[in-house]
Design a protein. Sequence first.
Length: 78
Amino acid sequence: MPSLSRRCSNEDCRLPFRVHRYDATLSLSTPAGIIRCPHCGHAIPADANSIFLTHALSSEENRVFIHQESQELARSRR
């Protein structure tokens, strides 16, 4: 079950959330190929062979996400 954290691409939201990816054959009730922001509901097109379950980050996950994001930004500016 691969998962990653990302920011919503909706400019009015931009909040981070966790995405879990599964093989689309595991569920017929969840639409395949759509990542939906748990904060604002914005739909992000993705791999049509996968289903994506999302959830908001906990306070600790959010802290780690912000820290990693700032480190990546600092590295990219070098």
